[in-house]
Design a protein around this ligand. Structure first.
Ligand code: 5CU
Length: 371
């Protein structure tokens, strides 16, 4: 069946490795996992990423860390290959609360753990088609040395199931336009490791208003806005001119960047200092980036792929598992079904385009073989 419909590859899926879960359980300040009582007299684990999070964070369960549950989820939704993002803090593998040496050690241990998680999955997988690959983790914290960062890039490139790295919007604490990141971009480009850019801090739920809307504003808007600013900083600093073969995959379909790229181009044109840093019009850089298809709507996916020089070849199916689980027992997860239906419904995409977004494009980007 997989051969007739093409492969389904999930490029945006999260795991909290057991070592990291234990570490978070041992902490008393955020990020941390704690246990609390429930109204029915039992207990539950909660994951708290930020101090000001609504509702005491989010429920944390085995779906975050048990590989067998990931494989069952894949089976249920017909997913043949997953690119697992190593998730340290609520989907966000940031180590920036640790001192540099501790971050280096933990990043290296977690990269080895992730390689084992992925490489041994065939032993337990019921279907030989299912495969796991991962994005590794750099010790991206203030005070880290370039030597430590480059050593970890080398570690990741030697691990066959790690196909890139995951990065957040803060870089080493000063954003993605920080000059201190130059050797990292160079090393990643040289090693052919992709960068998956994923948000973590969002925008405060109390920004521009006072009413509590739970996680809706930070997740729906704050996350994509954060990605938009982070990648724009990187573009404005000329990184994509200096490292034209660097491959950057943006979470949540690139946030607002596709919608705002012409406005960005116009603002650059009116600022000679910023304009002098770039070799191309801002919209050119949009066509150098890659976008997951975690947008939940056909119109939005069509809009992204219609942007200058983009097309569907730079877009990739993702689930965001284990986030957005169904609120009541269902066969398939609505969030996954919606993303698949969105791909299927894009006006103007051919069947070949859709198959590419569902899987073929990821095989090409990450150099994977069709099992
Ligand atoms: O949309 C997402 O990627 C996420 C995430 O990373 N973390 C989270 O808690 N919810 C949604």
């Amino acid at each position: 069946a997989a051969a007739s419909r093409g492969l389904l590859v999930d490029v945006h899926t999260h795991v909290y490795l057991p070592r990291y879960v234990s570490f978070l359980r041992s902490r008393n300040s955020v990020p941390r996992i704690f246990t609390r009582g429930t109204p029915d007299g039992s207990t539950e684990e909660r994951l708290l990423i930020l101090d000001a999070e609504p509702s005491g964070g989010r429920p944390m369960g085995p779906q975050y860390y048990e590989r067998d549950l990931k494989l069952k989820f894949m089976e249920k939704h017909g997913i043949d290959i997953s690119i697992v993002r190593l998730v340290l803090i609520a989907s966000n593998p940031w180590l920036d609360f640790l001192p540099a040496s501790a971050a280096h050690q933990l990043a290296n241990e977690l990269n080895d753990d992730l390689e084992t998680y992925c490489s041994t999955s065939a032993n337990v997988s019921r279907s030989p088609l299912k495969q796991l690959y991962g994005f590794g983790l750099l010790p991206l914290v203030p005070q880290v040395t370039t030597t430590s960062l480059l050593e970890t890039v080398r570690q990741i490139s030697a691990l066959p199931h790690l196909k890139g790295i995951i990065m957040g919007s803060r870089g080493l604490g000063k954003g993605l336009d920080d000059d201190a990141l130059e050797p990292v971009w160079a090393a990643l480009e040289k090693a052919g490791l992709a960068v998956f850019l994923h948000p973590h801090y969002g925008v405060d739920g109390k920004e521009w208003g006072d009413k509590d809307n739970g996680h809706v504003l930070p997740l729906a808007l704050g996350f994509p806005f954060e990605t938009t600013i982070a990648i724009t900083r990187l573009v404005l600093s000329g990184v994509l001119d200096r490292y034209p073969n660097l491959r950057i995959l943006l979470a949540h379909s690139g946030g607002a960047l596709p919608q705002l790229s012409s406005r960005l181009a116009s603002c650059i044109d009116h600022d000679p200092i910023v304009a002098s840093r770039l070799q191309h019009d801002a919209r050119y850089y949009l066509g150098k980036l890659y976008f997951d298809a975690v947008a939940y709507g056909s119109e939005e996916l069509g809009f992204v792929s219609d942007q200058k020089r983009l097309g569907s070849k730079r877009m990739f199916f993702g689930t965001d598992h284990p986030f957005f689980p169904p609120l009541k027992e269902t066969d398939k997860w609505k969030s996954v079904v919606e993303n698949l239906e969105a791909i299927d419904g894009v006006y103007g995409w051919t069947e070949e385009d859709k198959a590419g977004v569902r899987g073929g494009n990821a095989l090409a980007l990450f150099g994977l073989h069709n099992p």
